[in-house]
Write a protein that binds this ligand. Structure first.
Ligand code: GDP
Ligand code: MN
Length: 380
């Protein structure tokens, strides 16, 4: 789950990473009030789940409450790469002497946290990595050992920070970032830019924070931060029903059991000349409620013209899935053509049940490829 800048900064603050004071605003009037409460110049920042807001005109300085109100009315409603701005973060403006970059991500291949630090911050980090890779210091953290102070020193010296006060402050932030990463089960904590003010103070001016979805049950307060309005409505519906669903762009609705089989099903539909409308994994079960939930999510997408139901019975038995399908279809009215391919445990029994009792719009195909071809044909 990706957090908004202001949410990430709240977690930074809790972990002891220095950030500026700020207030949330959803209207120009609220932005004015926030600027009044904060006092002095502020920065008006679009809260959207995408980077590069500065370049897109989503971040503007305001000298006083009047200007804050004016900048807020310019930024609210702005479309930043498909994300419409509905919230603003009004923050005490900082003077910037230097812009650095610091992040801690989960490196899957190394199975460890990975720090990256460079004094060439503010810009796209991919650019730094491509153009001056030597300027980017990378360092893994062994999860069993945890953070060690020498690691912070290696990052700071490695990147060539020479000011002793900066070295000390950055080393402390590096350590606190580890604390935030572990405490909140993060996948990514990124500070770009990490600034040094003309007075020599180091702080996080931006935050990119991703929390592991599978750990959200341990963090009810973070789970609450999810912005349901900004989510794709189909994906929210799927989440509510505990259905694993990813919207794609085609016409053939795909339903399979198990992530691997479902991915293959998506491939086979493409191979047969069609375009999958979604990825939907029924999981291990195949009970009627699971089928109803999955079908109700898939058919909510108006682009779907046919459904390909691909089941391989391992632990799940095909006859149970067939009963689930039949019960689901008796509970919901569905006119779209459905092609079912059943194989594995009790497949014959399952096919027999479907042949006996299924409605006209349901067809059974013997193999995955034939089923895909039929579904693609019916969707055309
Ligand atoms: P991003 O463009 O989405 O990464 O948003 P950031 O929060 O990183 O802001 C983009 C840029 O705006 C920063 O790199 C700064 O140069 C500038 N900026 C943001 N906040 C302030 C501030 O308080 N004072 C000044 N002078 N510039 C700021
Ligand atoms: Mn940034």
């Amino acid at each position: 789950m990706d957090l908004y800048e202001h949410q990430g900064k709240e977690l930074f603050r809790q972990a002891g990473v220095p950030v500026s004071d700020g207030r949330l605003a959803t209207s120009p009037a609220e932005a004015r009030a926030a600027a009044e409460a904060l006092g002095g110049p502020v920065v008006v920042k679009a809260q959207v789940l995408t980077g590069g807001r500065g370049k897109a005109g989503g971040i503007k300085l305001a000298a006083d409450p009047d200007e804050a109100e004016a900048r807020a009315s310019e930024i609210l409603g702005l479309d930043i790469r498909g994300h419409v701005v509905r919230k603003l973060w009004i923050e005490q403006a900082s003077d910037i002497a230097k812009e650095y970059y610091l992040s801690l991500t989960f490196d899957r291949s190394a199975k460890r946290g990975l720090y990256m630090f460079t004094t060439q911050g503010g810009v796209d980090i991919e650019e730094v990595a491509a153009e001056s890779p030597d300027a980017l210091v990378r360092l893994h953290v062994d999860p069993l050992e945890g953070f060690r102070p020498w690691q912070a020193r290696r990052l700071v010296y490695g990147a060539g920070v020479s000011d002793p006060s900066e070295q000390k402050q950055i080393a402390a932030i590096v350590e606190r970032l580890y604390e935030a990463f572990v405490r909140f089960d993060a996948m990514l904590c990124e500070i770009n830019p990490l600034i040094v003010t003309p007075d020599g103070l180091v702080k996080a001016l931006d935050s990119k924070f991703t929390v592991d979805d599978n750990a959200l049950y341990r963090h009810p307060a973070i789970a609450e931060m999810r912005d349901v309005e900004a989510d794709d409505p189909l994906e929210s519906l799927a989440r509510e029903k505990h259905v694993t669903y990813v919207k794609l762009d085609g016409e053939v609705g795909v339903l399979g059991n198990g992530a691997g089989l479902t991915m293959s099903t998506v491939d086979v539909v493409t191979f047969a000349g069609g375009r999958p409308a979604n990825f939907c994994d029924l999981g291990g079960g195949g009970d009627a409620q699971g089928v109803v939930d999955a079908l109700s999510v898939i058919t909510r997408d108006p682009q779907v013209k046919a459904i390909f139901f691909n089941i391989f019975g391992g632990i799940t038995r095909c006859d149970e899935v067939a009963r689930g399908i039949l019960q689901a279809l008796s509970e919901m009215s569905l006119e779209l053509p459905i092609v079912v391919r059943l194989d594995g445990t009790n497949a014959e029994e399952g096919r027999r049940l479907l042949a006996e009792a299924a409605p006209e719009n349901l067809r059974v195909a013997p193999t995955m490829l034939e089923a895909a071809k039929l579904a693609v044909e019916l969707a055309a």
